[in-house]
Write a protein of this length. Structure first.
Length: 338
């Protein structure tokens, strides 16, 4: 297939590009590198033994998108590009609407113009808000906890409305739980700009001495050890789910959501323990107050992904921590930035 991948240089995008190349697909990445480096694409090419074409461009530039899509005659689009920092979205809500929502609308318009109506979109478990029950399945009511989450709801709704209005769209709305880990080579991985707010990258940076200790946000939840529980998923498992989704888009009648998680949760203390094991040293932590807006526990029901895509996560927490650590150790400062 010929695949147009937005945000192909990012954390999840670069791992997916590698899987697409390995499977023999042709890939064009469209990325403005606002939160990534083209080095990730170079390394994905090195690992795959073939390369993706890299186009530098911005989703907000509709003409550039149209030009790139018209030129390439693509079979499907995989849309990772977007901003994802919850705190930043609270401070700059319009930036998130422009970049994520308007950017996605531009992409859909350009796709229609170019005659390509097959799309895989990066949605998120954030669309479930504070879960009413666990595991969360795709029928769970949706709500937003912050402006970032609201952009995912708006984009999902845009896809539902478009698919209802026009025949011929096949759209997979993939709702990721908590992606962690890195490719086993340690050559590509997550490279957060600034101080990470997500648990795994913060824990790993603490292990290399970039922070004195991890703050555990809440130890009095009604969970087995009192700390928050999440459904962490290895990024390579996630990337392979994208391969299954693009190759099976014809099964998506209009726009349909699918959870991508493992179906089991781990606590903050379990993550710190697994990371300490992987790093071969005790990672210091302190119990702290709860973080506002956090759910006590969230894990997904992955049954639909298995039924529809024949996909199931293969990697457990020890492997996630070992692979994330290898990447962190080999690239303590992340990718070289241009
Ligand atoms: P990332 O920041 O590493 O990757 C996003 C990529 O999109 C980056 O390369 C960035 O430069 C690019 N980009 C952003 N805005 C752009 C624009 N206007 N034009 C062109 N390129 C642009 O993030 P990621 O973790 O790989 O996330 C990928 C997608 O998955 C995002 O849509 C994110 O919201 C979603 N998601 C991520 C997580 C997570 O925890 N990492 C969880 C659920 C959903
Ligand atoms: C995980 C657990 C924290 C940091 C976020 C987004 C969500 C989705 C996935 C994109 C929680 C605890 C964290 C720390 C801690 N992303 N924690 N100390 O909050 O589940 O979800 O990423 O769509 O939208 O909100 O992930 O990694 O921030 O937190 O104790 O320094 O770790 O309280 O229990 P979260 P996270």
């Amino acid at each position: 297939m010929r695949l147009f991948v937005t945000g192909g240089a990012g954390y999840i995008g670069s791992h997916a590009v590698l899987e697409f190349l390995r499977a023999g697909h042709e890939v064009v990445s469209f990325d403005n590198y606002c939160n990534s480096s083209p080095e990730s694409l170079r390394r994905a090419a090195e690992l795959a033994g073939r390369k993706a074409e890299a186009v530098e461009g911005d989703l907000r530039d509709r003409a550039a998108l149209m030009e790139a899509l018209r030129r390439g005659r693509f079979d499907a689009v995989v849309h990772f590009a977007g901003l994802k920092a919850v705190g930043e979205s609270v401070r700059q809500p319009l930036l998130y609407v422009e970049n994520n929502v308007v950017g996605s609308a531009n992409l859909l318009v350009a796709m229609r113009e170019a005659g390509c109506r097959k799309l895989v979109f990066s949605s998120s478990c954030t669309v479930y808000g504070l879960p009413l029950r666990n595991p969360v399945d795709e029928s769970h009511p949706r709500s937003a906890l912050n402006p970032y989450g609201r952009t995912k709801l708006m984009i999902e709704d845009m896809c539902f409305d478009l698919a209802a209005a026009e025949a011929g769209w096949n759209i997979a709305l993939l709702r990721y739980f908590n992606p962690v880990g890195a490719h086993e080579s340690g050559r590509i991985g997550e490279d957060p700009a600034g101080i990470p707010t997500n648990l795994m990258p913060f824990v790993m940076q603490t292990a290399v001495g970039r922070h004195p200790h991890v703050e555990v946000f809440g130890s009095d939840y009604a969970t087995p050890d009192g700390t928050g529980v999440r459904d962490y998923i290895h990024v390579v498992d996630l990337a392979r789910a994208h391969l299954a989704a693009v190759e099976n888009l014809a099964l998506f009648a209009g726009a349909e959501p699918v959870n991508l998680g493992t179906g089991r949760g781990y606590s903050v203390l379990e993550v710190i323990r697994a990371a300490s094991q992987a790093a071969g040293k005790d990672i210091p932590y302190r119990l702290a107050v709860r973080r506002e807006g956090d759910a006590p526990e969230v894990w997904g029901d992955p049954a639909l992904a298995l039924r529809k895509l024949g996909w199931k996560a293969q990697r457990g927490l020890a492997e996630m921590a070992a692979d994330h650590w290898r990447w962190q150790k080999q690239n303590p400062g992340g990718f070289p930035r241009p």
